[in-house]
Ligand binder design. Sequence first.
Ligand SMILES: [Zn+2]
Length: 427
Amino acid sequence: MPLDPRDKLFHRIGERSDELVELARELIRIPTVNPPGDAYTPCAELIGRRLARRGFAVTYERGLGAPGDNERYPRTNVIARKAGQGPGPCVHFNSHIDVVAAGLGWTVDPFAGEVREGRLYGRGASDMKGGLAASIVALEAILDEGIRFPGFLEISGTVDEESGGYGGVGYLAERGYFSRPRVDHVIIPEPLNVDRVCIGHRGVWWAKIETHGRMAHGSMPFLGNCAVRHMGAVLERIEQSLIPRLAQKHTRMPVVPEGAKRSSININSVHGGLGEDFEGLPSPLVPDSCRMVIDRRYLIEEDPEEVRREIVDILETLKGERAGFSYSLSEVLHFLPTLTDADAPVVRAVSAEIERVLGRPATQVVSPGTYDQKHVVRTGHLKSCIAYGPGILDLAHQPDEYVLIEDMVSSAKVMAGAALRLLGAAP
Ligand SMILES: [Zn+2]
């Protein structure tokens, strides 16, 4: 009976855990904080140089003209491609290299990559430099084992996922990098926990509502028209009628955590009257403008048009009820929900390898928030796309973010095994 190519491959990956940790530390030490989009180029070049040494063809694509792109903060993406022996499919691992700001509350240096008790700490350890490092070591191990495979292996490090991905996967998807015939399967090592396959995400609709009023002297508010009071009425309707209604909307999508199986709205910000930087004594004015940003997350069962209409209905009703009420509504951002078929080859391959490596069945989940899968699916028209990585979902964007070293090693095995399976190089 021929040996399963995974046996030696997994052993090799296990032996390389120190190298895997070292690579993840190197990545964490480059503070690719977004905004503003710092240090993207050195980070992309670290990945590019390393993979070029292993025979990958490396391309850099700058997201020219994308939001935030300029000479100081170029949106540098890296794509590395390695051909196998003969024609075949392409399996692509895509990681975003940007991280959110460290913020307060850390007990370790967020950009040092400290290792303590089996954990690697740092901003981006879970989201998602630990996953990026695991995918690199996984593919290097395949090459070093000399395993023959048809088709192509690809790895990309892309920017701006945390701000919508327009300069990263969105930009590349528009240029064919995430479409057939170039690519067939995409695995995104986002932090969804080492034993879970993430098949999609909820939809997101951000909108800005402004209520308009008329200025007057604060001692005679009856002569003006208070925009903040109007916004108060909008908030009350959201509180009294919309939020309870959204809580009734349940999805069949396996969204985690449990609370995100419902539709939701977050009041992102409200600003009215005096500027935010106000200090000292206020001037006696009735505010003529109040602005609110809402963050609506919705389910695959919901009609995107209905999501918008719920807000318009509230505003139109108030217009009929409140004297002097007028408003404007503008869309800030909109991404449709995505859901990969549970039977897609990439879902089956990763699930099978999770079970093989961890000895327990994989769970299918859907992410409460959006990530770059939307660009792959909607713009690249590629359906075989999932997220799978070693990071811990709940730690993303938190102080003292870490990833378990054991999980990085396990996920590298899962990624390597899944790649071989998808390429047809292993049963
Ligand atoms: Zn992420």
